[in-house]
Design a protein around this ligand. Structure first.
Ligand code: TRP
Length: 345
């Protein structure tokens, strides 16, 4: 009997990830994404993109978009991504992304996109007023990843469905064009210790740069006073901290703050509760948490400010990254065009 399984992808391991320049980066981005990117840069070749084309699926002030693109690049660098190892670049500087996205729009089915929960959540009741780009957003994301034949993608829970769609597109392309193993089926890589950091105002909502309340998040650019004030005001409940992890059940705000403490200190939640269990939040726990946050984030935000003081250097790094990205992308796209049958074949 012949083997019916599709040929496995045989290329090298490669990481791709992207962050939208649509607001300030916060603690959740740092501990979830950036810390993970830095750990991965020594394991495999990696591309870390500032996805400005994704950002404009919702309105962005043009001048702010440029500034925020530099800010995300500065945050990547401040967190420890090394441009000698990792490729850091703006998506719009590599036009191959949108060319591959067009081909993938003809591979993906309307039914697949209709199932995307993030689109439904973002548009709510007003689907007809959303941009067409917001609807096809996940197809561009698939193009980002597959343009470099990336095999590993560090993303949070909320992006899993987009990554599954990426695999569906890769598999259907490989199948329809009889090109077994041409595109890899990219795997998720679990995010760092801060993957589930929640809002400081609502333990049921993820910490988010689009939350209208700045009190809900610790921004990478917050100074020590702002961090201390936000932790002092962070929502808790009336009970003291529990003695055990089981005692955090049904107490999302307490669970979140203990989780942040654990992620920052490299301890388990149980260890944190050994120290603080039975005490009120304001007694020792919140001041210690604020100190920990300030100690961890102050050097990152200082480095970020240093990079932002020299935009010429950031632009040089982004231009160099874009050139390296284009050099990887072009042969993949040339081969893709040939497989599809575009002239001259
Ligand atoms: N959609 C991702 C987010 O909002 C950003 C993104 C765009 C991305 N392209 C990507 C993430 C490719 C990983 C890989 O977080």
């Amino acid at each position: 009997m012949t083997d019916q399984r599709p040929a496995a992808y045989a290329g090298p391991k490669r990481v791709f990830s992207g962050v939208q320049p649509s607001g300030d980066l916060h603690l959740g981005n740092y501990l979830g994404a950036l810390v993970k990117f830095v750990a991965l840069q020594d394991e495999m070749e990696g591309l870390y993109c500032v996805v400005d084309q994704h950002a404009i699926t919702q309105w962005q002030e043009p001048a702010k978009l440029t500034a925020q693109t530099r800010e995300i690049a500065a945050a990547y660098l401040a967190a420890g991504l090394d441009p000698a190892k990792a490729i850091i670049f703006p998506q719009s500087a590599v036009p191959q992304h949108t060319e591959l996205a067009w081909i993938f729009q003809c591979v993906a089915r309307v039914g697949w996109l209709d199932r995307m929960t993030q689109f439904k959540d973002k548009v709510g009741k007003h689907k007809e007023r959303a941009s067409v780009g917001l609807y096809t957003y996940p197809v561009l994301q698939a193009a980002d990843i597959l343009l470099y034949k990336a095999t590993h993608v560090p993303v949070g829970e909320d992006q899993m469905q987009h990554l599954e769609l990426t695999r569906d597109i890769a598999a259907k392309f490989n199948h329809d064009f009889d090109a077994p193993g041409f595109f890899p089926l990219a795997q998720p890589v679990a995010e760092g210790p801060g993957a589930r950091i929640m809002s400081l105002r609502d333990g049921g909502a993820k910490m988010s740069k689009s939350d209208s309340s700045d009190q809900s998040r610790i921004n990478l650019t917050d100074d020590a006073d702002a961090i201390a004030a936000k932790i002092r005001k962070a929502k808790t409940d009336a009970e003291p901290l529990p003695q055990t992890v089981e005692g955090l059940a049904g107490r999302p705000e307490a669970d979140n703050l203990v989780g942040i403490f654990a992620a920052l200190s490299g301890q388990t939640k149980a260890q944190v509760l050994e120290t603080f269990g039975g005490q009120g939040f304001g007694q020792n726990f919140k001041p210690a948490l604020a100190d920990l946050l300030i100690a961890r984030l102050a050097p990152v935000s200082a480095r970020m400010r240093g990079f932002l003081a020299d935009p010429g250097q950031i632009d040089q790094i982004l231009a160099d990254g874009a050139e390296r990205a284009r050099a990887l992308a072009e042969p993949v796209l040339t081969e893709t065009r040939r497989i599809v049958g575009f002239w001259p074949g």
